[in-house]
Design a protein around this ligand. Sequence first.
Ligand SMILES: [Fe+2]
Ligand SMILES: [Fe+2]
Length: 379
Amino acid sequence: MRSQCFALVRRLLTIATVALLAAGCVGAAQSTPIPAVNAESGLALKGYDPVAYFTNGKPAPGADRFTADWNGARYRFASAENRDRFVAAPEKYAPQYGGYCAYAISINRIADIDPDEWAIVDGKLYLNNNAVAQALWSVDRRGSIAAGDQYWAAVPKVAAPVCFRLAEAAPVATPPGPLRLGAAPAEALAELLQVFACGEESASLAFARLGRSPLEEVARYALAGIAGEERIHERLLRGLRGALPAPPRDRALRRALLRFYHGLAQPDIGLHLASIASLDAAVCAILAALLHPAGVLAEAPAVAAIFRRIHRDEARHVRVARRLAAELVGKEVLAAIAQRTRLDLVALLEPRAAAFERVGVDAGRLLARLGRVPDGLFA
Ligand SMILES: [Fe+2]
Ligand SMILES: [Fe+2]
């Protein structure tokens, strides 16, 4: 009887996997990062309202006028009330496993979903690819969920943008090899990368704007070229963040980052370039500290390769930004703007001193250095 039962389950599993394969949307367990949310052209849950499953007890298509962005994807809602509920508690309403098929995840695969194949278990929404997957997942829901939770935690995910929604949703660049970092430095690096990733998102938008500004053609050309490099940095850091453990959600940090990076984007081009030159010179100092031969990143060549590439580009950005800034605004004003940028940056990084120490950087020394605009930056 028992062996007949196993044979039946095995047969059903085969049918379900074939059904998933036939749907053309199942992949093997991932070694390269996948988007944290299953979305088509940025739209999650095929445009269905996640809250309606809980409030109406059935699927309901969302409307284009009620939307909210979360975790790098856009959700639609059937009403403003449902949207507001979601915004207040997205983790409560968003489907499990980023809206990928729960049955597929429970067998360490990745598959799309059908919004009509769903279940709420212990207040969490699960979706499946088709009726067979839904039935198989339901044979032992507790077991499926336990397996799914374990596999999903191990699937590497592409990190969502930290601060800004970028006009160009460039594909992520996966790191060139295994990271070779211990758990503590990996967590510390993930915490620090939020700050720099937000900076690259900001820089990619800022240089795109500056590249269209009323400057002479050579300058516009140089700034547009930098915008392209900033987009590459953003992709590299998003790939790196996806390969590291996700840091705890920190709303206060995100607010501080937005304040800082919005503060750099001043309407006057010269002043904006002055703050960028001062910031990029600081980023060069931070990257040099992280790449120090005695630091933990010396043992992590894939991470070091990304940081070296960004360091090389940022050094050139400093040269271009400071030359243009000096042409546009007086040196005294530049020095004052640069000093303010540095003090704001230090205030942002001070609470992350422990994370610097965990990746082998002397935080006290680094922060003291960052607080001073280097002699000659605008000489
Ligand atoms: Fe950059
Ligand atoms: Fe830069």
